[in-house]
Design a protein. Structure first.
Length: 55
């Protein structure tokens, strides 16, 4: 178990949590959903998502 940032509110939550205890964001439960979550966390940590939104 590790701590990750919630994709919605950016607060730290457990990687095993089914939903964020702060904002209620529900974690994806499918392989594709988990893949998208990991990609959004990785891309968000590098600021790529913010850069893409500026295009």
């Amino acid at each position: 178990m590790s701590l990750i940032n919630c994709p919605d509110c950016e607060k730290q939550i457990s990687s095993n949590a089914h939903k964020c205890s702060f904002c209620g964001y529900k974690a994806p439960t499918t392989f594709l959903g988990n893949l998208l979550l990991v990609a959004s966390i990785l891309l968000g940590s590098f600021g790529i998502i913010n850069w893409l939104l500026l295009l």
